[in-house]
Ligand binder design. Structure first.
Ligand SMILES: Cc1cc2nc3c(=O)[nH]c(=O)nc-3n(C[C@H](O)[C@H](O)[C@H](O)COP(=O)(O)OP(=O)(O)OC[C@H]3O[C@@H](n4cnc5c(N)ncnc54)[C@H](O)[C@@H]3O)c2cc1C
Length: 425
């Protein structure tokens, strides 16, 4: 027999958006069920751990071979974030009638977002930022949601923080549960139950089989790839027709003795609006080996004295997520041009920082860390974040109107707070 649970609000996904919504709505006394297809992971910080909870073990790819990152776990992709807390798309949302100013202020306070002290920054990253300064590029420090008192500068933020130094949405999930929300883990939403173009709840599958969560309101917060699949299965056929991913490439250069592995990733950045952002970044060991292939495998590239930078762009929304989960993602010539412009600047910085010019190279693999825009506001949802089905809302990376080209967590938290307030009122 199907298990049936009744609630006021069903939320799908316990990542950045879902956790924020669950916290805010439960705080105001709403009965919330939070469905999460992944587990609550307690072991973090190692490559074996990351391979367990990254979607497809880190190998979720488009047909064209672009890896599209995200995790399946309580807290979602926030758990593997680098801790960057910056505002993005505020004006774009305002133009759509969504004023996030107050919610940004609240989120920044809750996450205690601020730049980190020098002791959390590796000698390599410092050298890069100094070189950029000397070249007149005006690098800035990035506000982080990392507690410097607990940070040991291990450099493994993207594998999950085992020292509890970094905020993640798990903190919000815990608050929601304390407020009375019911968290169901390993519970995968399949489709929205609809009658007369109105939401009736969610059909999901859990460890004990099929279940129905009966609720007046459903919020899909399953992330940029999963959300459009659920929406299509629920009859919203225009979901998943566009997709961005904030494409990035990494560039490396070998030095005599400068180590960049022991410190947080991206402590500072150089931004060229509408073009690219670039910042110090070294891939975690296995990816470093994987993407640097022959040179790294045979010891040609010493990770401990190699400088690394990531160049990231706001790519065009040329991509698609099909109902069966197949993904198409291409990079336009304009996108490639922007990446190349950033990479050319990185080369100058590396040479100034002391890297051997001949050693500098860029990994050919283009990767996508922020897949989204698959249920964009103004296209798939209206400016209440509601779909054509009454009381079916979407709130996560998928509703972003365009690629941010910047870390989106703070914006997603602000947007989720905004929606929670709307629903409560
Ligand atoms: C390595 C890495 C580093 C990053 N660093 C930063 C950073 O420093 N700062 C920043 O701002 N951004 C960063 N990002 C991006 C950021 O983490 C994501 O954009 C953001 O967390 C997305 O939030 P979301 O709510 O849309 O989805 P997610 O946080 O991915 O949450 C979606 C959740 O839904 C669950 N789910 C999916 N389908 C179902 C289903 N059918 N049923 C039930 N549950 C389901 C998933 O398991 C997941 O838990 C980083 C991303 C990566 C990959």
């Amino acid at each position: 027999m199907k298990k049936v649970i009744e609630t006021d609000i069903a939320i799908v996904g316990s990542g950045t958006a879902g956790a924020t919504l669950a916290k805010e709505l439960s705080k105001k006394g709403r009965k919330v069920v939070l469905l999460e297809k992944g587990k609550r992971e307690t072991r973090l910080g190692g490559m074996d751990d990351a391979l367990r909870f990254y979607e497809n073990h880190g190998f979720r790819k488009s047909r064209e071979g672009i890896p599209l990152y995200g995790t399946s776990m309580v807290g979602g992709t926030s758990v593997v974030a680098s801790g960057n807390a910056v505002r993005c798309l505020q004006k774009e949302f305002l133009d759509l009638g969504i004023d996030l100013e107050n919610q940004f202020i609240e989120a920044e306070k809750e996450l205690n977002a601020r730049p980190l002290p020098d002791r959390c920054i590796s000698p390599g990253a410092k050298k890069i930022l100094e070189a950029a300064q000397a070249l007149g590029l005006e690098p800035k420090r990035i506000p982080k949601f990392i507690d410097p008192e607990k940070c040991v500068a291990c450099g493994n933020c993207v594998l999950g923080c085992k020292y509890g130094a970094k905020w993640s949405a798990v903190d919000y999930v815990d608050e929601a549960v304390k407020n009375g929300a019911l968290l169901l883990t390993q519970a995968k939403a399949i489709r929205v139950l609809v009658s007369n173009r109105k939401t009736r709840g969610i059909e999901a599958i859990g460890p004990e089989g099929l279940m129905e969560i009966i609720s007046d309101i459903v919020i899909i917060a399953a992330g940029g790839i999963q959300a459009p699949i659920i929406l299509q299965k629920s009859g919203i056929s225009n979901a998943g027709k566009k997709m961005f991913c904030d494409s990035f490439m990494t560039t490396y250069g070998v030095t005599k003795n400068i180590n960049q592995t022991k410190g947080v990733n991206a402590p500072g950045y150089i931004l060229r609006p509408d073009k690219f952002i670039t910042f110090p970044f070294v891939d975690p060991p296995v990816q470093f080996l994987l993407y640097n292939s022959w040179e790294a495998l045979f010891g040609g590239l010493p990770r401990e004295r190699t400088l690394g930078m990531m160049t990231k762009i706001a790519d065009e929304s040329i991509g698609q997520v099909d109902i069966d989960g197949k993904i198409t993602k291409t990079i336009s010539p304009k996108d490639k041009e922007k990446l190349n412009e950033g990479i050319a600047l990185v080369k100058e910085i590396f040479i100034k920082a002391g890297a051997e010019p001949k050693s500098i190279f860029t990994i050919k693999q283009i990767r996508g860390p922020h897949p989204g825009g698959t249920a964009a506001v103004g296209e798939v949802v209206n400016n209440n974040l509601e779909t054509e089905i009454k009381n079916l809302f979407v709130c996560d990376n998928s509703v972003l109107p365009k690629a941010p080209g910047l870390p989106p967590i703070l914006t997603i938290i602000a947007l989720s707070k905004w929606l929670a307030k709307k629903i409560i009122n």
